[in-house]
Write a protein that binds this ligand. Structure first.
Ligand code: NAD
Length: 510
């Protein structure tokens, strides 16, 4: 990979809203600045949509979904839709480095991670192309019935017009986790990315326009949550909302959807535990602990941001963890080898520093990080932060920080570790590190979470289900479960006997 930092400056394309296959300015003419979090400079702008634009997009999506009785999209074969998805994957692969650079400029993630994201985006479109094709094979699947006079078959149909509302930490990847299965299923899509990072989602619209997906099937509305996201979620003609973001916003979306009995799937926040037992290899476990808390600049919903160490290894472990974390390369995220970039925005930066100072005031010990490193004069950088002596009642143990901050506590027994791990309203992920396979199995079963990593933290594959329990939301993305999110199941039951039904006595016998 070329060193992006050394190349010519990347220009953020000036884009409009993408509605009904066309680029269109927002009706009220509002725009939102794009700020590079590494330099704090304005590097572009995105349109600020309002309810008027939402209405236009929903109208276009509904028309496209029903157009030609759905023959060109919603009732076309999965194979036909799969071809478009593969074409999108090819274009993402062609533009991988450029898209990655835009992502880094927009949200601050290190370029090596952004490239990784773009590879995952392409792989996800490819994967759902395959599932779209498989959908054709399972249509009209028979259901075994206890009565011989009937036959039942199952038809899987796209849910309809779907609103996909996404966050800024993996701007294009989180959008793809929804867009790819929704298109594979045959839905018409309105994507509302985060106002803090929409640039690559607008580039996805450009790719989709190039591959020729019918107008209105894919629309992008950029803008603030209350101005654009809320009217979209509440719209009568939106058949489903799939949301990834904070628990607070998820709750308000669910309330809006409840008013018109609209289905939602919610991927929300977390405060996931990583439990390390004393038989673990220390170096290996320290690296997973760091990766679980610091990659994506710590802004990961499934970050294992609560570390539970077995008491007898804590001292040795923490020394290594603090030294290694302090050595992480932090700086220009466009520079190859950078492993920690700035957090996404000034408000996020301020919020994270406040969490750290409150933790210290409550009695936690700061082992490293806690501020912008001295060599960086600008940018929303927070050094990799490790806080030890954390108690379960402290704010830093209970609340999601969404920054490079790892809170550490200790335990004596397996039972105590599980109790501490599960003592949270969240239940997105959890991880355990131990050489004892039986113990790993017991702990995996005992963790209240939708995702459990054993002897690692964070690996994510588009083939496996993603989602949480408790206040981390419900519904699953990725894998075949991700496709089911956008399908409605219709039963077709036929009466096949030549005999009359015979419940009411025939009129001739009355
Ligand atoms: P957020 O809730 O502030 O925003 C998410 C999206 O919702 C954005 O597009 C935003 O514009 C929109 N929005 C905001 N208010 C809205 C409203 N009233 N109505 C409709 N839409 C509205 O979240 P964020 O700050 O962008 O992302 C961080 C959060 O996302 C964290 O809590 C993180 O844990 C969570 N997250 C979860 C997952 C997961 O898979 N579970 C993945 C990534 C991020």
């Amino acid at each position: 990979m070329a060193d992006a930092a050394a190349a010519a400056p990347i220009v953020v394309p000036q884009r409009q809203l993408f509605i009904d296959g066309n680029w269109r300015p927002p009706r009220k003419g509002a725009h939102i600045p794009v700020i590079n979090p590494a330099t704090e400079q304005i590097i572009g702008e995105i349109p600020g949509a309002t309810s008027e634009d939402v209405n236009d997009a929903v109208k276009a999506a509904k028309k496209a979904f029903l157009h030609n009785k759905g023959q060109h999209w919603s009732r076309a074969t999965g194979e036909a839709r799969g071809k478009y998805l593969r074409a999108i994957a090819d274009k993402v692969t062609e533009r991988k480095l450029w898209l990655a650079e835009l992502e880094t400029l927009d949200c601050g993630k290190p370029i090596d991670e952004a490239v990784w994201d773009m590879e995952d985006v392409a792989a996800c479109f490819e994967y759902y192309a395959g599932l779209a094709e498989k959908l054709d094979e399972i249509q009209y699947a028979p259901v075994e019935l206890p009565l011989q006079n009937y036959k039942s078959n199952i038809l899987k149909e796209p849910i309809g017009v779907v609103a996909l509302i996404t966050p800024w930490n993996y701007p294009l990847l989180m959008a793809t986790w929804k867009v790819a299965p929704a298109l594979a299923a045959g839905c018409a899509v309105i994507l509302k990315p985060s106002e803090l990072a929409s640039v690559t989602c607008l580039e996805l619209a450009s790719i989709i326009q190039e591959v020729g997906i019918p107008p209105g099937i894919f629309n992008v509305i950029t803008g603030f949550g209350p101005a654009a996201g809320a009217p979209l979620a509440a719209h009568e003609d939106v058949d489903k909302v799939a949301f990834t973001g904070s628990t607070k916003t998820g709750r308000s979306i669910m309330e809006m959807a409840a008013r018109i009995t609209k289905p939602v799937s919610l991927e929300l926040g977390g405060k996931s535990p990583l439990i390390v037992f004393d038989d673990a290899d220390i170096d290996t476990a320290v690296e997973w602990a760091m990766f679980g808390a610091f990659w994506t600049n710590g802004q990961i919903c499934a970050a294992t941001s609560r570390l539970l160490l077995q008491e007898n290894i804590a001292e040795k472990f923490l020394k290594k963890l603090a030294d290694w974390s302090a050595s992480i390369k932090i700086g220009n995220p466009l520079e190859k080898g950078c492993r920690l970039g700035p957090v996404v925005s000034e408000s996020q930066y301020t919020k994270i520093l406040k969490y750290i100072s409150t933790a210290q005031a409550e009695g936690a010990s700061l082992l490293c990080g806690g501020k912008r490193p001295d060599h960086l004069k600008k940018g929303y950088f927070v050094g990799a932060t490790v806080l030890s002596d954390v108690k379960p009642w402290m704010q830093i143990w209970k609340e999601e920080v969404f920054g490079p901050v790892l809170a550490v506590s200790t335990f004596k027994t397996e039972e105590e570790a599980l109790h501490l791990a599960n003592d949270s309203p969240y239940g997105l992920a959890g991880a355990v590190i131990s050489k004892d396979a039986d113990r790993c199995k017991r702990v995996s079963e005992g963790l209240q979470a939708g995702i459990v990593w054993i002897n690692c933290s964070q690996p994510t594959f588009c083939q496996t289900p993603w989602g949480g329990v408790k206040r981390s939301g419900f519904g699953r993305e990725l894998g075949e479960w991700g496709l089911e999110n956008y399908l409605s199941v219709k039963q077709l039951t036929r009466y096949i006997s030549n005999e009359p039904f015979g419940w009411y006595p025939p009129i001739s016998k009355l």
